[in-house]
Write a protein that binds this ligand. Structure first.
Ligand SMILES: O=C(O)c1ccccc1NCC(=O)[C@H](O)[C@H](O)COP(=O)(O)O
Length: 260
């Protein structure tokens, strides 16, 4: 069983419990009154004259690292990200492996003006409505966790809820799925979820197969200015950075180092 299988198994159990508290019909009604989402797509698209965009992640723990930030303070992190004028914030909301909470989105949004991506393991339409109910502006869909039919359906529901989708791929066949679904924002995960190894060259290889009209986000394992420059030169629109910010005693300094 891969880590992705384990996460989805746990998530499936939690979803059954959650649907007993608030049914699909009830959650659909509840999202009808939620204010409009902030435009994630425009925030992460870059023109050729602009520097690379930053999606800064709030991530307490992970399966590969355990606890990443020992003095985790959601509000301080959100406040720092706002002061650094990051282009978007990604929040890990998965509970059992990342120590996240859905409520982190609204709490962080008190300090943020940029859009927020809900980073979780989404495979059921309920989770899309839930994301909007908790004020996310965008959601992550992971190709490795979905069939093409499931992905299509979830993307349609996300669009109905005005949520943008970051569609994550790691290899050529997942990229083919993204392109055939006409995904606008393609995330290339440098982390292989089958064995947790990270290689930033994954982005450099796959981006060559992606038309210029798409927005490309490079995800995972980004920690040095040299890597960021290489990704920018390759035409990447935005980087998604978690661990190297969360491990730093000076988050603003680390952002400056990456983007200087
Ligand atoms: O981070 C993990 O260990 C992990 C394990 C299994 C599934 C997903 C995982 N990470 C989620 C992410 O996609 C990252 O948080 C994100 O790309 C940022 O990566 P990093 O900068 O390496 O924290």
């Amino acid at each position: 069983m891969t880590i992705l299988d384990k996460i989805i198994e746990k998530k499936t159990q939690r979803l059954i419990e959650q649907k007993n508290i608030l049914s699909l019909t009830e959650i659909k009604k509840a999202v009808a009154n939620i204010s409009t989402a902030i435009d994630f797509e425009s925030s992460v698209r870059r023109s050729t004259t602009e520097p690379i965009k930053l999606i800064a992640e709030i991530k307490h723990a992970s399966p590969s690292e355990g606890i990443i930030r020992h003095n985790f303070n959601l509000k301080d992190i959100a406040h720092t990200y706002e002061q650094c004028r990051v282009n978007a914030v990604s929040i890990l909301t998965e509970e059992d492996f990342f120590k996240g909470r859905l409520s982190y989105i609204e709490a962080a949004k008190e300090f943020l003006t940029c859009p927020v991506l809900r980073k979780d393991f989404i495979f059921d339409e309920y989770q899309i409505y839930e994301s909007r109910l908790f004020k996310a502006d965008a959601v992550l869909l992971i190709a490795a966790a979905l069939t093409k039919e499931q992905a299509y359906r979830l993307m349609s529901i996300a669009a109905e809820c005005s949520l943008h989708v970051l569609f994550e791929v790691h290899n050529r066949s997942e990229l083919d799925m993204a392109l055939s679904l006409d995904c606008k924002i393609i995330g290339i995960n440098n982390r292989d979820l089958t064995n947790m190894t990270i290689d930033v060259n994954t982005t450099l290889t796959l981006i060559k197969e992606i038309p210029d009209t798409k927005i490309v986000v490079s995800e995972s394992g980004i920690k040095s200015r040299e890597q960021v420059k290489m990704l920018q030169d390759a035409g990447v629109d935005a980087i998604l950075v978690g661990t190297s910010l969360m491990k730093s005693g000076d988050i603003a300094g680390q952002i400056h180092l990456l983007l200087q």
